[in-house]
Design a protein around this ligand. Structure first.
Ligand SMILES: *Cc1c(COP(=O)(O)O)cnc(C)c1O
Length: 236
């Protein structure tokens, strides 16, 4: 059974951030894992740049966004800060170039055409681009991700692009499966990935409702939105 989310009514942004940080630390202790292994990315999609700035003032350095048109102006407005932007949404090949102008890590790489576009666009970028391959945990097409039987081939494509750095796997828990079981499947897939890409050890998994389960299954990058930011404004 999923643990109920603690209510965040009335709590300030700093309180919510602190609350999540405590729960991450507790889960790391339970999992017997060093806290240093776990990076919390705050997903700020649809929130204004001012909220990102407030979080940066509270010490957050990693931010996640899922739409180019929403993220690019925000990143531009905050270019005075040293932030790492993670692109976590589905990405079209023709949007790769503008996304790589602000994002240094892409979590949603799930097909060869995207790898090729990214490899080309990244040539122009100053630093290499971090890549998570998104693994599909359901056969529902619209949720994105490569099916497990295509993972190894896609990993080889990424490894063939000198400007891309394969970090590991990303996944979103399906709605109809216990998150812990789903994340266990990602952990096992990660073991097969390492057979072809020994350095690709990172695991981007865990959102507001399931990040403690993700930590227990080895998550290294949590993508947490509403538990920290509060309810998202409308997509607009
Ligand atoms: C929005 C989003 C998140 C964060 O979701 P919350 O439930 O608000 O924590 C994480 N990952 C992806 C891919 C997202 O689109």
């Amino acid at each position: 059974m999923a643990t109920p989310k603690p209510t965040s009514e009335g709590a300030s942004l700093a309180d919510r951030l602190h609350g999540v940080q405590c729960r991450v630390a507790d889960a790391a202790v339970t999992a017997g894992r060093p806290l240093d292994d776990i990076t919390t990315i705050v997903v700020t999609k649809f929130h204004p740049a001012a909220l990102v700035r407030e979080l940066a003032d509270l010490g957050v350095a990693n931010f996640g966004e899922n739409r180019l048109q929403d993220a690019a102006p925000k990143a531009a407005a905050l270019s005075d800060l040293e932030l790492t932007w993670h692109f976590v949404g589905q990405l079209q090949s023709n949007k790769v170039r503008p996304v790589l102008e602000f994002a240094s890590v892409v979590h949603s790489v799930d097909r060869e055409s995207l790898v090729t576009s990214m490899g080309g666009a990244a040539d122009a970028a100053a630093a290499s681009v971090g890549v998570f391959i998104q693994l599909a945990l359901t056969t529902a097409e619209h949720r994105g991700g490569v099916q497990p039987d295509g993972l190894e081939q896609l990993a080889v494509q990424v490894l063939g692009q000198p400007r891309l750095r394969l970090l590991g796997l990303m996944a979103v828990a399906p709605l109809d499966e216990e998150p812990r079981r789903a994340f266990e499947r990602v952990r096992l897939a990660s073991q097969s990935l390492r057979a072809v890409a020994p350095e690709a050890t990172a695991l981007s998994m865990g959102m507001s409702g399931d990040f403690t389960d993700a930590i227990l299954e080895g998550a290294t990058h949590l993508r947490i939105g509403t538990a920290i930011t509060g309810i998202r404004p409308d997509a607009g």
